[in-house]
Design a binder for this molecule. Structure first.
Ligand code: PEP
Length: 260
């Protein structure tokens, strides 16, 4: 069983999916389906595409839902000549409570490096937002026995300059790249081993400050209602970041139920 001092968190990363009507309908369905659970037994965040953040926040607010609206990205500068970018304070303005940084698609498809990810993480914290820092190895790195080495590197660089107090607003998402959107899931034991190693890494960074015990570490990579319970039962797995299965209300709610 996961440590009771770490409340489970389930995030739904909608990626570049769902147009306005679909996004509003899914938010409404989740607000209904997860009333009494979201924000109580399980913290729940959904991550719509940028154009629909305000509309989804408004749907959830009208429903009195405790589901949090998250952004899939945000820029580190506060304002200025950065065409196409969106600042953390702008996200906060439209009702966002949490920002995802370091997702593997941003690292490996859009070319973000650890330095940029760290700058974004600091900007989000400075704007008063919670942060999910995603880390994870590629298949060739796992096969070469470098899973922990890769995760340590991404965590140390991603969290550079972050204080133990700020870590109360940071969740780590362990997302093996080879499991994202592929239908391949890490076995519960492999995921548990990676999470335990990440907890050890946090202990090394924040020596003696208890951050390793209190930080939520959630798993992402083809989590579905059918495999969620076994993954979430591992002692160091405190939740999930869900892509594909977050696009259907019943599937996503099923995973949230498994986290209770
Ligand atoms: C993700 O996008 O973070 C993710 C884990 O996707 P999926 O659940 O589809 O593997």
């Amino acid at each position: 069983m996961p440590d009771p001092q770490r409340k489970p968190h389930i995030g739904g990363n909608w990626k570049m999916n769902l147009h306005a009507g679909e996004a509003a309908a899914l938010a409404e369905a989740l607000a209904d389906r997860l009333a009494g659970t979201a924000g109580d037994a399980v913290d729940v965040t959904i991550f719509p595409a940028f154009p629909y953040l305000a509309a989804v926040a408004s749907v959830l607010c009208n429903k009195g839902s405790k589901i949090v609206v998250g952004a899939q990205d945000g820029y580190f500068e506060a304002n200025g000549a950065f065409t196409g970018e969106v600042s953390m304070s702008m996200l906060k303005d439209v009702g966002v409570g949490c920002v995802l940084v370091g997702h593997s698609e941003r690292r490996h498809v859009l070319g973000e490096n650890n330095e940029l990810i760290n700058a974004k993480l600091h900007a989000a914290l400075d704007a008063g937002l919670d942060v999910i820092l995603a880390v994870g190895e590629k298949i060739e790195q796992r096969e070469a026995g470098k899973t922990d080495f890769v995760n340590y590197g991404q965590i140390c660089a991603g969290l550079a300059g972050v204080t133990a107090e700020q870590m109360q607003r940071v969740t780590i998402a362990y997302e093996p790249v080879w499991a994202i959107g592929t239908g391949k899931t890490a076995s519960p034991q492999d995921a548990q081993d990676a999470h335990a190693a990440i907890r050890g890494c946090l202990s090394g960074i924040f020596h003696g400050q208890g951050v390793n015990d209190t930080t939520r570490i959630q798993y992402g990579g083809s989590m579905k209602p059918g495999n969620a319970a076994e993954l979430l039962a591992q002692p160091d797995i405190d939740g999930g970041l869900i892509g594909g299965a977050s696009l259907k209300a019943d599937d996503f709610a099923g995973i949230v139920d498994a986290a209770k």
